[in-house]
Design a protein around this ligand. Structure first.
Ligand SMILES: NC(=O)c1ccc[n+]([C@@H]2O[C@H](COP(=O)([O-])OP(=O)(O)OC[C@H]3O[C@@H](n4cnc5c(N)ncnc54)[C@H](O)[C@@H]3O)[C@@H](O)[C@H]2O)c1
Ligand SMILES: [Zn+2]
Length: 359
């Protein structure tokens, strides 16, 4: 059974197909969205070993010429250096303006290959083929692509919507347990900001993965359709837990914590800020912590990272106006809003819940 969610963005609309054994259908789906020319399949070495041949064959069977481009696994590959090497590799393999990129892998490959597709020949189409929970429920949909700077995560990038997303749930079977669990941080995020029911379902294990992915994609699509480039502010609600999470990810050192693990910590801190500034109830914070723990996600900073370093990082990254920043809070699960007046003290208060030790 194939579940399809359409992301409705006028001329940039595209299907997200979710189901088992869809890697074999990648060629057919590329034809169906009118792609022609050469396919440049980008993957990391781990995912490439597991699934590269299957995707290349599926494309070749539909008559596409295929080249393969591999990067090292891990967040460190989201860099200018790797993006540049990838574009050079495209050129060496004759990838031209009629060609398209296939991003086969987790969120790192999706963001990196999507960014390369956005800038190569000033933009060639990209098909996202996500292979992690994280990428299937979140990063492959919505068109944000990019790389990190040492100054912060995703500081360089482009909006580049895919022309199709193919989420093969069979690929999830080879994920390690950490990689499996971290994806649920974003699912929990959707529960907090939009669909409270998800928290209960995750909490009691009452869910079925392909259907859960479809629901998450539908939620993400609705935010993206409303505010494609995050100019109106509503798409920014998807950043719940991310202001603090990104800072933790950077301070810990990219790749030390998986993105979802850092977001889990960021969400607990953001829930505390929400209690202080938006009336979130203590029982709800406890419910969040319970659900995160069910997926073995951290709720306390590892290695006793310092609160002051994290605060410093946020201070450098974010625009404080008169000592205040915009920050996503949840007044009650199932809803979120952008508070304009969150102070350093509020963030410090939030952080003390996940780092209850001296600065
Ligand atoms: N663009 C967006 O809107 C958006 C949204 C959320 C997250 N992100 C980004 O996504 C990234 C995190 O993505 P991720 O968590 O998928 O990390 P990832 O891409 O690093 O994948 C995690 C690990 O799993 C391995 N892997 C991937 N698929 C596998 C499979 N099927 N079987 C076995 N191993 C597999 C990878 O090789 C890697 O080692 C972060 O950089 C984050 O910033 C972007
Ligand atoms: Zn995220």
């Amino acid at each position: 059974m194939i579940r399809i969610v359409t992301v409705k963005l006028g001329p940039r609309s595209y299907p997200v197909e979710i189901g088992e054994k869809l890697l074999n259908e990648v060629g057919r789906i590329c034809r169906a969205v009118s792609l022609t020319g050469r396919a440049a399949v980008v993957s990391d070495r781990k995912v490439g070993d597991l699934y590269g041949a299957q995707v290349s064959n599926a494309l070749a069977n539909e008559g596409f010429k295929v080249s393969n481009h591999l990067v090292n696994p891990g967040e460190a590959s989201k860099s200018f250096a790797v993006a540049a090497a990838l574009c050079e590799d495209f050129a060496r393999h004759g990838v031209d303006r009629q060609s398209f990129v296939v991003a086969l892998g987790g969120g790192v490959v999706g963001d990196l290959a999507g960014f390369a597709a956005a800038i190569y020949y000033r933009g060639v189409p990209v098909v996202q083929v996500p292979t992690t929970i994280m990428a299937q429920v979140d990063s492959s949909v919505g068109g944000k692509t990019g790389i990190n700077l040492s100054a912060g995560k995703n500081l360089v990038g482009a909006f580049h919507q895919p022309v199709a997303v193919v989420a093969d749930t069979t690929t999830l079977a080879t994920l390690g347990s950490r990689e499996w669990n971290e994806g649920f941080a974003e699912v929990i995020k959707y529960g907090v900001i939009r669909e409270k029911r998800l928290l209960a379902e995750l909490g009691n294990g009452n869910f079925e993965v392909p259907e859960l992915i479809r629901q998450c994609v539908a939620i993400k699509a609705s935010f993206v359709e409303e505010d494609e480039r995050e100019t109106a502010g509503s798409r920014a609600l998807l950043n719940f837990g991310h202001t603090i999470g990104h800072a933790i990810e950077a301070v810990a050192g990219y790749g030390t914590l998986l993105h979802g693990e850092a977001v889990a910590l960021g969400m607990v801190a953001a829930a505390q800020v929400s209690a202080k500034r938006a009336g979130l109830q203590e029982e709800e914070i406890q419910e969040l912590i319970r659900v995160l723990k069910r997926f073995d996600l951290p709720t306390e900073l590892p290695d006793r990272l310092s609160r002051s370093q994290i605060l410093e990082k946020i201070f450098v990254d974010k625009k404080f106006v008169n000592g205040k920043i915009r920050f996503v809070v949840t007044p009650a699960f199932g809803s979120a809003l952008l508070a304009e007046n969150i102070t350093m003290d509020d963030l410090e208060f939030g952080l003390s819940a996940i780092a209850p030790w001296p600065m």
